[in-house]
Design a protein around this ligand. Structure first.
Ligand code: PBG
Length: 325
């Protein structure tokens, strides 16, 4: 019985009614906030292409972590910028490495905040790739050995969850067994399972100083044209022991997010990446978009598409706006 018996506008007539029939809820609990940690003291250096996002020394990162937890956001993900870069990235698994220091300081100051660490070589290697290079080639299995060392050092420092982002074949199985072997069977693994070779990472590479010195990442990250392949990637990581899956980037890949959501029942994260952030920021700063509206609409779209968790540089602003109601 269509019109006039059915009128879709009835349930949209007032704010309270709309609240009652709202299908998707967004809350600070859904967010994971990225932090970029650097050596030094009192460093708070804004990233040119990411207004409102900073490179932070450990003391500043602790202050930020306190603020984040106070806003009701349950987790941060740490990225480290080392003092020196070298071919394999030695600081990546050094006990006094920048991320190891940050984990210890944050867990001490805000024990309840979940500390996740990004696990990759690209911020630490002088060539900026996510792999060890041997005889001019990406050496997958030599890279796995390093990733094993990195996750153990993060777990020893107190990380709750490690998040490998390098698209190295076998990385989840290697990491799970390295953690278990060293007694860290309770350390979780959030896999960047479905990660595309994307132009949207541009501003991040400034933030993390991780642009490849030559070539690109197309031989390890996924072709943006592929969706079925995403299900294979996710399936392998589930079999290898991942606790949480991720799809990255976010907005241009909501169809992939939905397909992964339907195929697997693990918690699913979406990464609202740097380029997505910078586009909204740039337009908002020009007065071309209403930032609050666009950000909350975007984050709601992630949840509607199937994300349980959203890694986003908008997390602090969004948590404040959600509180204001
Ligand atoms: C790799 C890594 C990247 C991002 C997160 N982890 C960059 C890349 O793959 O080049 C991108 C995040 C963003 O753009 O916000 N360690």
């Amino acid at each position: 019985m269509p019109f006039p018996a059915q009128r879709m506008r009835r349930l949209r007539a007032g704010a309270t009614l709309r609240r009652m029939v709202r299908e998707t809820q967004l809350a600070p609990d859904d967010f994971i906030y990225p932090l970029f940690v650097v050596h030094g003291q009192g460093v708070r250096r804004e990233i040119g292409s990411m207004p409102g996002v900073f490179n932070l020394s450990v003391d500043e990162a602790v202050a930020e972590a306190q603020e984040v937890y106070g806003l009701g956001i349950p987790a941060v993900i740490l990225f480290g910028l080392p003092q020196h870069k070298d071919p394999i990235g030695l600081e990546n698994f050094a006990p006094e490495g920048i991320v190891q220091q940050a984990i210890r300081a944050i867990k001490k100051a805000v024990p309840e905040l979940v500390v996740i660490t990004d696990v990759c070589l690209c911020e630490y290697t002088d060539h900026g790739h996510c792999f060890v290079i041997r005889e001019g080639r990406f050496d997958n299995d030599a890279t796995l050995e390093i990733l094993g060392k990195v996750v153990v050092s993060h777990a020893q420092a107190g990380a709750d969850i490690v998040a490998p982002s390098g698209m190295v074949d076998g990385m989840i199985a290697t990491i799970r067994s390295a953690l278990d072997r060293e007694g860290f069977s309770m350390t979780g693994v959030m896999s960047y399972a479905v990660k595309y070779a994307s132009g949207f990472y541009g501003p991040f590479r400034e933030a993390a100083d991780s642009a490849p010195a030559f070539g690109d990442r197309h031989s390890y990250q996924m072709d943006p044209a592929n969706a079925r392949e995403a299900l294979r990637e996710a399936r392998l990581d589930v079999e290898e022991g991942a606790d949480v899956l991720m799809v990255k980037p976010g907005l241009p890949y909501l169809d992939v997010l939905r397909r992964v959501r339907e195929a697997f029942d693990l918690p699913l994260a979406a990464y609202n990446v740097s380029g997505e952030y910078s586009m909204v920021k740039a337009a908002a700063l020009n007065g071309w978009l209403d930032e609050r509206r666009v950000v909350l609409e975007t984050l709601t779209a992630f949840k509607r598409a199937g994300a349980d968790l959203i890694l986003t540089y908008h997390a602090k602003d969004a948590a404040c706006w959600l509180r204001e109601g």
